[in-house]
Design a protein around this ligand. Sequence first.
Ligand SMILES: O=P(O)(O)OC[C@H]1O[C@](O)(CO)[C@@H](O)[C@@H]1O
Length: 357
Amino acid sequence: MEPILSNVPGTLPWHVWHERHPAMFASLVEAHPFPPSTRTALDELLHETLTPEWLGTPFLAAESVFYRRLLEAIGYFTPDGPWAGFDLFAFLKDADLASASLDLPDLTPAERLLAALWGNQADLGFQLGSAIGPAAHLVVDQTDDALSVLTGAPRVGLVADNAGKELLADLGLVDWLLAGGGVDEVTVHLKPHPYYVSDATTTDLVKCLRALASAGGRATDLATRLHTAAAEGRFVVATHPFFCAPLPFHEAPPDLFGAADVLVFKGDLNYRRLVGDLRWPIATPFASTVPPLDAAIVALRTLKSDVLVGVDENSVTDLEGDWRVNGRYGSVQVVSRPAAGPTPPASGPVSPSPGRG
Ligand SMILES: O=P(O)(O)OC[C@H]1O[C@](O)(CO)[C@@H](O)[C@@H]1O
């Protein structure tokens, strides 16, 4: 199966490099007092990424390396430098969190699951390049199966995606799992440092909890329950360098997810890493594309890139235009836990071999 590349004009990856990234760089430079050397480094990075070498590298790997290079360009990893450890996307993530409604409604388990899914629409990198319409429908809806594998599972891992509103919705789901879903322990897997524009780090999770705690009503109660669960070792925050690696989850270290019985993968990028960023025919069975994890899998995603599997082709014939990438459609997809040991996928992904550019 061929990897998705960025060298075809008119495709989403082409748009990302040629339009979305320049717009993002303009907003970063406007928001920060970067010195001339940093501005030059950013310009050079932007130009470098438009070379045939970058555009001909698998999109998944190239984009990941790009975000690493962006942090290097601002001095994020320069010890004792003024920008060491500085989250250059914090201004966007904080604004998104500040605009969230914390007057939490009383949601059913299915509504909490779908809130976590549609919360994925609020991806700031995506918004920088296009407008998001009202929430629409699911091209695959296995919500009942998802609730069934989650309810009563001993250990659940949630592989988080974006900060702000999406992470708030994720915490709503985690709260239900621990308080009403009969789950003993939930681990939220976060990025070890800023990555794609709005990816959630530990700092972002703490900001969400503090916002909830000070909001009053159901929000404060939720934050209190999660703090108590954390003190009891039932709500666990974890991170690992692999979450910022330019690789699909098929190449994850074996201990990445601990002893999780169910893994919830949030968002588009995690979906691409879960099934492989490949030109799959959309009718390819979802279960045949995921890595052989010893856990059930629940993927909650709004569709923002070309990769899509597990879809009945007849069910999407009426959808028009850029429905596969415009973020207005979503999917809930489930793979049950293997009965006896992992099952190898029918067709493994091509491993990207990113150059550092
Ligand atoms: O935040 P999400 O849902 O992972 O979406 C980010 C998506 O936007 C993109 O960054 C496009 O640049 C995709 O690579 C990625 O799949």
